[in-house]
Design a protein around this ligand. Structure first.
Ligand code: KIV
Length: 285
């Protein structure tokens, strides 16, 4: 079967059919291409790039220009996945028209199909305005990394009956405002399942259990490329840090010990041409 570009209609159909959606982050041309080749449904150019690509302590300081720069590179590498650009902190909070303008830049300038933003009922009017402008929006509730200082750190959300109720209200408000999907991050599995069952749109879980309509992980976490810290919900499918480090060390040792480059890594030259060249050097002395 020929592969087709994933659309919002396909994503919604998968919820109806009960076939889990797959989403991964990617941050550049090569990661976008690999994730796309693995036939992942949605690629998120997440603002987590602030930490895993730029070495910052949190996602708070990453800028619109940086997000657009990485989004463009991913879009060049990915042909089929549905592409979502993460709106950075303060690109959608100040006023609604600025939020719409910034959301539009992800589509017009960076080849994204949609944007993601964090927050519940308080961002519903902004979501509605962006959707009314013709831009699909993915919501993100639960642990919202842009506002961890308000949440008191990287903590599980919705652990009490009251906060779980609030989470459900947030999810319903976002769906009502026009979101096509919602990320549920670090939420107890029974709460995420209940929310997923009550929403007309797909939920994508990260640390939210198997009752969500799809799952997302950060590229570097899945591959074992980032070991500054590992949240409980991460599953490492590879330990590439070790693989890469030992390959780089082997290269250094080969060069230092004269094992690289070998004969097969060099360009040959006709003997007569070498002799003529050496002769020309002698003639210049
Ligand atoms: O920025 C990101 O990578 C995210 C995912 C964790 C959902 O928001």
């Amino acid at each position: 079967m020929t592969r087709k570009k994933i659309t919002i209609v396909d994503l919604q159909k998968r919820k109806t059919q009960g076939v889990p959606l797959t989403m991964l982050t990617a941050y550049d041309y090569s990661s976008g291409m690999l994730v796309d080749q693995a036939e992942i449904d949605i690629i998120l150019v997440g603002d987590s790039l602030a930490m895993v690509m730029l070495g910052l302590d949190s996602t708070v300081s990453v800028t619109m220009e940086e997000m657009l720069h990485h989004s463009r590179a991913v879009a060049r590498g990915a042909t089929y996945a549905f592409l979502v650009g993460d709106m950075p902190f303060m690109s959608y909070q100040v006023d609604v028209s600025e939020a719409v303008r910034n959301a539009g830049r992800f589509l017009k300038e960076a080849g994204m199909d949609a944007v993601k933003l964090e927050g519940g009922q308080e961002v519903a009017p902004t979501v509605r305005a962006i959707v009314n402008a013709g831009i699909p929006v993915m919501g993100h509730i639960g642990l919202t990394p842009q506002t961890t200082s308000q949440l008191g750190g990287f903590r599980v959300q919705g652990k009490t009956a009251v906060t779980a109720q609030r989470l459900l209200k947030d999810a319903l408000a976002l769906a009502e405002a026009g979101c096509f999907a919602i990320v549920l991050e670090a939420v107890p599995a029974p709460v995420a399942t209940a929310v997923s069952q009550r929403l007309p749109i797909p939920t994508i879980g990260i640390g939210a259990g198997a009752g969500c309509d799809g799952q997302v992980l950060v590229y570097h976490d899945l591959l074992g490329l980032f070991d500054r810290f590992t949240p409980k919900f991460v599953k490492h499918y590879a330990t590439l840090n070790e693989t890469i480090r030992s390959a780089l060390t082997a290269y250094r040792e080969d060069v230092v010990n004269g094992r690289f480059p070998a004969e097969e890594h060099t360009y040959p030259m006709e003997t007569a041409e070498i002799e003529a060249f050496l002769q020309s050097l002698d003639n210049h002395q």
